[in-house]
Design a protein around this ligand. Structure first.
Ligand code: UDX
Length: 436
């Protein structure tokens, strides 16, 4: 099927490449010329395992191309809209500028019977508003939220947990549903649940899923706060409650908390939208989820400060990690960099290392020192802080080896990803998050 994908950021570039890989004929469209130039060469503008290979294959097969020319969307049967909805500068709400501009740009190129499939994460009510503009062209608007995780984006797009389509009532909605089934036929044939809903439900599925995940993380981080004053170990607590199948162990990793381009801004946008709808109280707990999450960054920095008896001035502190999570070069709202910036602000001599995210981190926080090589970054450190659980730090850094590099013997495990016994046995003072 001929498809267009408007917006070639994380969501759009991955979606375009994934759709070409399952046999569709795809044009990806974005206003950013640099992005389009790099994608056209088969180069991903961000780090995502597997994406460069699938891009190159798609381009070589002739089924995938990229352009800045919106008129190239003409002739596609389905137009996916996957532009960003970042947090507005002066509040919590989602900035809808890019979604509105994408629809404005697309309208003149739509034909009778086309489908416009919104994928961006939007405030509930957006689809109904946009449908008023799309429907007069003879095209049908559907809402088809995306649940991909960075680092696993190819797998999550080609083989998702579930597919959700919010469609209008009546024949147009039924026809659009059949077309989406055809687009996603390989996953549907494998038994992937395909849920057809109204617009509002589809929009809410996405924000509700992210709100739930954020709440789960903040729940265990709240337990970490209690563990800290009682001497309990939050990782054992998580293991124990996680054995209850109704609770489950996933997303009960206590530490410096969640960051990235989705969870933080999505829970804030959800709160803002609920306020607009007169139901702010229904999701008032999300403010607390956000507050708990941000407190954990303070806590990680405070552990370092306390270890130096209140004064980190000119202490050499090596921060392992800059990305908001491993397998990503994304530093948006990264807890790792937040901790590094706080310590730097207190006069510490901070060195940051990360396997993939240094270039992005340097652009946003040029005041920090960056060293690509892990061992060079560790050399002469008075303290080491792990804030992104890359395998390079979690599995591949033996405490005995770290001892040959660092000057001090202080390790702060902001992700509870190290073996405290092994580090202590090697002579280190170990502090975790919510662990004795
Ligand atoms: C998330 C959702 O998982 C995805 O479905 C949605 O489409 C986009 O938002 P992503 O932002 O890629 O995906 O990251 P995710 O793997 O969910 O992790 C989010 C943050 O939570 C990371 O900073 C991670 O370190 C943190 N986290 C995760 C924890 O602190 N503890 C955990 O147990 C799990």
């Amino acid at each position: 099927m001929k498809l267009s994908v408007i917006g070639c950021g994380y969501l759009g570039a991955v979606h375009a490449a994934a759709m070409a890989s399952i046999g569709h004929d795809v044009v990806g469209i974005d206003v950013d010329e640099n992005k389009i130039a790099s994608l056209s060469k088969g180069e991903a503008p961000f780090f995502e395992p597997g994406l460069p290979e699938i891009l190159s294959e798609g381009i070589a097969s002739g089924r995938l191309r990229f352009t800045t020319d919106m008129s190239q969307a003409k002739g596609a049967k389905v137009h996916f809209v996957g532009v960003g909805t970042p947090q507005v500068k002066d509040g919590y709400a989602a900035d809808m500028t890019y979604v509105n501009a994408a629809i404005d740009g697309l309208l003149p190129h739509l034909s009778e019977g086309d489908i416009v499939a919104g994928k961006s994460t939007v405030p509930v009510g957006t689809a109904a508003r946009l449908a008023e503009r799309v429907t007069p062209t003879g095209a049908t608007l559907v809402w088809n939220p995306e649940f991909l995780r960075e680092g696993f984006a190819m797998k999550d797009t080609i083989d998702p947990d579930r597919l959700v389509a919010g469609v209008p009532a009546g024949e147009a909605g039924e026809a659009a549903t059949e077309t989406l089934r055809a687009v996603y036929h390989p996953a549907i044939e494998k038994g992937t649940p395909f849920l057809v809903t109204d617009y509002a439900t589809a929009e809410l599925v996405k924000v509700a899923a992210n709100a739930f995940l954020a709440t789960k993380i903040s729940f265990i981080n709240a337990m970490a706060e209690i563990a800290e004053v009682t001497g309990a170990d939050v990782t054992q607590l998580a293991d124990a409650i996680g054995h209850d199948a109704r609770i489950g162990r996933r997303f009960l990793g206590a530490g410096v908390g969640f960051g990235g381009g989705c969870l933080p801004k999505d829970i804030r946008a959800f709160s803002a939208r609920a306020e607009e709808l007169g139901r702010g109280e229904s999701v008032a707990f999300l403010r607390e989820v956000d507050a708990i999450n941000l407190r954990r960054r303070d806590r990680a920095a405070q552990l370092v400060i306390d270890a130096f008896e209140g004064n980190v001035f000119e202490k050499k502190i090596t921060v392992l990690g800059a990305a908001f999570k491993p397998h990503s070069d994304d530093i948006r709202d990264s807890p790792a960099l937040d901790v590094a910036v706080r310590l730097r602000g207190l006069g510490a001599d901070v060195t940051v290392t990360d396997p993939e995210a240094i270039a992005n981190a340097r652009r946003v926080h040029p005041q920090l020192r960056y060293v690509q090589d892990r061992d060079e970054a560790l050399t002469d450190a008075d303290a080491v802080v792990v804030v992104t659980e890359w395998d390079e730090y979690r599995r591949q850094l033996a405490p005995e080896h770290a001892s040959t590099l660092a000057r001090g013997r202080l390790i702060i495990d902001g992700r509870n990803c190290l073996d405290p016994a092994a580090w202590r046995a090697a002579g280190w003072t170990y502090y975790g998050m919510g662990r004795p």
